[in-house]
Design a protein around this ligand. Structure first.
Ligand SMILES: [Zn+2]
Length: 75
């Protein structure tokens, strides 16, 4: 079971960046974070074993993990 399926929410997400191992998405339709159930602003997804988190304005974020992938939901 996946923590968050990007493809299931593809209609609500705009892809901002994709490196193959990491991708960055903008939440265009206010879909809820699967961790805290509040809408997130951006989603950063990585399959890399070590990833540098992009700079942000200090907003809180939630983490969810599924096989081989970590999702970082920024609020
Ligand atoms: Zn959250």
């Amino acid at each position: 079971m996946s923590a968050f399926d990007v493809h299931a929410h593809r209609h609500a997400l705009k892809q901002l960046r994709d490196t193959g191992e990491t991708s960055l998405w903008e939440n265009r339709k206010g879909i809820d974070c699967p961790v805290c159930a509040e809408p997130f602003v951006r989603l950063f997804t990585t399959r890399s074993p070590a990833t540098r988190v992009p700079e942000n304005d200090g907003s809180r974020f939630c983490l969810a993990r599924d096989e081989g992938r970590i999702h970082l939901f920024r609020h």
